[in-house]
Design a protein around this ligand. Structure first.
Ligand code: AHR
Length: 311
């Protein structure tokens, strides 16, 4: 679906406004909602004519949207690829049409990096490493039943998506030196609250000794909290919870002690994206990779910043 109404029209003056076609992943999480808002608001502010589409987490919808942007001869295409693989053909089409492409938030696994101008987004492996390192550093506390073994259940993001692949890898890497930490079950919850809840309900039935939940985003962690409470246990106490994103609902749960640690993933990519788009359209050089700056929060830090959290 392309509503063509994402960011208003050309800024004043009747000059040649840049037209951007943006193919968004969907509206699966609080992070995504904040990301969409940032892109739409910045486009409007910068006088960029934004054509926006929501792919509802389906690659074929994103490919359709990109093809329609090529047909409409937009100045620049930006998208956050729902999964890593399968983009070469459509990216070749954009290249043949001489329309530059900016990858934002998530990347593709194409071998040919001339298929896109730049990739703006987080280092997801680093995020997974931060989550794993916190667990290593807090292992004594995380061994809730004090039996010397820390059993982790993992709620993975969308299968095949860069943040799901990389956050899994980073976490495994950071925890590999500690033999007491074991991932005893790992399944996708598709980055949604409902998905996280359902998978956690089934983990609570199939695994009798869960010490830690590692959720690849806040929404799945929040869904897991609901499942844990419904099972009569205290999230954050009986089962420790680590998530990624740091959206307001996640930070509220962290501040209340229901989540124990959140690694930040910054969704406010609009300003950097529009700056890159202007440069790319003007034919200026841009770095091939722009990594966003992020931190991480424990309970005390979350409480300190919560009131000012914008999303
Ligand atoms: O690609 C970024 C991830 O996608 C966010 O961490 C998650 O919440 C979103 O759905």
């Amino acid at each position: 679906k392309s509503d063509g109404d994402g960011g208003g029209s050309a800024g004043g003056g009747g000059g040649d406004a840049i037209t951007m076609g943006f193919a968004q992943v969907g509206a699966e999480s609080g992070w995504r909602t904040a990301n969409t808002k940032s892109i739409q608001e910045t486009a409007k502010k910068d006088g960029i004519d934004l054509k926006f589409s929501d792919a509802q987490q389906k690659q074929e919808n994103q490919i359709k949207a990109i093809r329609s942007y090529i047909q409409q001869k937009v100045d620049v295409i930006a998208f956050s690829p729902v999964v890593e693989t399968g983009w070469d053909a459509v990216l070749q089409e954009a290249k043949r049409a001489k329309i530059p492409v900016i990858l934002t938030d998530r990347s593709v696994d194409s071998k040919d990096d001339t298929l896109y101008a730049t990739f703006l987004g987080s280092d997801f492996i680093e995020e997974g490493k931060k989550a794993g390192q916190w667990l290593v550093d807090n292992a004594a506390d995380a061994d809730v039943d004090k039996n010397g073994s820390i059993n982790v259940v993992e709620l993975q993001g969308t299968t095949g998506a860069a943040p799901a692949i990389d956050r899994k890898e980073g976490f495994a890497d950071a925890t590999s030196g500690d033999d007491s930490i074991k991932v005893v079950a790992s399944q996708t919850g598709d980055f949604t609250r409902d998905g996280g809840k359902k998978v956690m309900e089934s983990f609570l039935k199939s695994q009798k000794d869960i010490d830690v939940v590692y959720a690849h985003n806040d929404d799945m962690g929040l869904g897991a909290i609901e499942a844990i409470e419904a099972a009569g246990k205290k999230p954050g106490v009986d089962i420790k919870i680590i998530t990624v994103d740091a959206v307001k609902d996640g930070m509220t749960a962290l501040s209340e002690g229901k989540i124990n640690y959140i690694v930040e993933c910054n969704p406010l990519l609009g300003p950097q994206l529009m700056d890159l788009a202007k440069k790319v359209v003007a034919g200026e050089e841009v770095p091939k990779r722009v990594v966003t700056e992020e931190s991480a929060f424990d309970q005390e830090q979350a409480t300190a910043v919560l009131a000012d959290r914008k999303y």
